[in-house]
Design a protein around this ligand. Structure first.
Ligand code: SF4
Length: 340
């Protein structure tokens, strides 16, 4: 991870070197205010190493007992509900709330300190449109103003799509929600962040050109959806040979789509496929093989099918891909899976 301090709020000293800023002072204040004596701590893998130091700091400043959630955590969709029941307050680090969580959960966003200027200046050289939709993930959303300023210096108007639904901030995207970009009437998008998953989602959700500026590596690139679409077409074709389908439903509160799973199950059965619903927390390759599934359709996080496909020996489809397989939707109408 990066270089900077994980800094606490005004009342607190720094807790280590993890490349993010966390306003721990605000959380400590809330814990004191509500008199929490038992506190849960949950964070994604990238922040896990900071947990013991943060736990110690909270315990020192509030006198509360702190329990760290040791299970994997993939997003705000993945609040540890069991631990929530054990504690007065749960501190969930690194994500912004989706608006569906138990009310004893406090979300503490982790803000990356990376300066966006250099990457955005580089991107401005290859952007073609005079008006561009600008978008990022939660780690950089506090710096979007800087990105818009840099674009303006290069004669480009940057615009942010509105927050709403699961998305807390204008311009923010989630791997499972591209509502902010779809709301814009622009011919081109600039995604600021790391990895291909979100910009691929933007390109598929809008059908427009997407330029990626990675503030960590300083690299700038243009998204090509073809390789991914070819892989997904291959997965659908392979799934066409299967007769036994697992329909995966996640236990994670912000990923659970039981109604959709039931609808897909009935669609498959109507086509003569053997379908069974599988309810699980973490989706792992062995679990599906042990069930004898020849293929699966995942109603959990879209990344399971789209990003982790190489982990599985059987094809795993998203709900829209399963509809393509069954002839309910044409391949030309391919859609990225999103959660409302
Ligand atoms: S469902 Fe997936 S993409 Fe959406 S918030 Fe959860 S982990 Fe992120």
């Amino acid at each position: 991870m990066g270089r900077a301090l994980l800094t606490a709020g005004s009342n607190n000293s720094s807790s280590g070197d993890f490349g993010y800023d966390l306003d721990l002072g605000r959380a400590v204040e809330m814990m004191r205010k509500c008199g929490a004596t038992r506190v849960g701590l949950q964070a994604p893998e990238g922040l896990k190493r900071a947990m013991p130091a943060i736990a110690k700091q909270i315990a020192r400043e509030t006198g509360a007992e702190v329990i760290i959630s040791g299970d994997p955590c993939f997003g705000a969709c993945d609040v540890d509900l069991n631990l929530c029941e054990e504690v007065d307050l749960m501190l969930h680090l690194g994500h912004a709330e989706l608006g569906q969580e138990p009310n004893n959960v406090i979300f503490l966003e982790a803000r990356m300190r990376e300066d966006l200027r250099e990457a955005v200046e580089k991107a401005a050289q290859i952007l073609k449109a005079p008006r561009v939709g600008v978008t990022t993930t939660i780690q950089h959303v506090h710096n979007l103003g800087q990105a818009l300023d840099v674009l303006k210096e290069h004669g480009i108007e940057g615009v942010l799509g509105p927050a709403g639904g699961r998305v807390k901030y204008p311009g923010q995207v989630l791997g499972c929600s591209y509502s902010t970009v779809r709301a814009l009437d622009v011919d081109e998008y600039l995604f600021i962040g790391t990895g291909q998953f979100h910009p691929l989602g933007i390109a598929l959700a809008t059908g427009k050109r997407v330029v990626v500026a990675d503030p960590v590596t300083g690299e700038v690139s243009e998204i090509d959806t073809d390789p991914m679409l070819r892989r997904r077409f291959g997965a659908i074709t392979r799934a066409g040979e299967a007769k036994r389908f697992a329909v995966l439903v996640s236990k994670k509160p912000g990923q659970k789509r039981m109604e959709l799973a039931r609808r897909l199950m009935h669609l498959g059965e109507a086509r003569g496929l053997e379908m069974f619903l599988v309810y699980l927390d973490n989706i792992e390759p062995d679990r599906l093989l042990n069930l004898g599934a020849e293929a699966a359709v995942s109603t959990a996080c879209p990344r399971v099918a789209l990003d982790d496909a190489a982990k599985y020996r059987i094809p795993i489809l998203t709900p829209p891909e399963f509809e393509v397989l069954l002839g309910e939707r044409r391949w030309e109408e391919y859609e990225f899976d999103e959660i409302e």
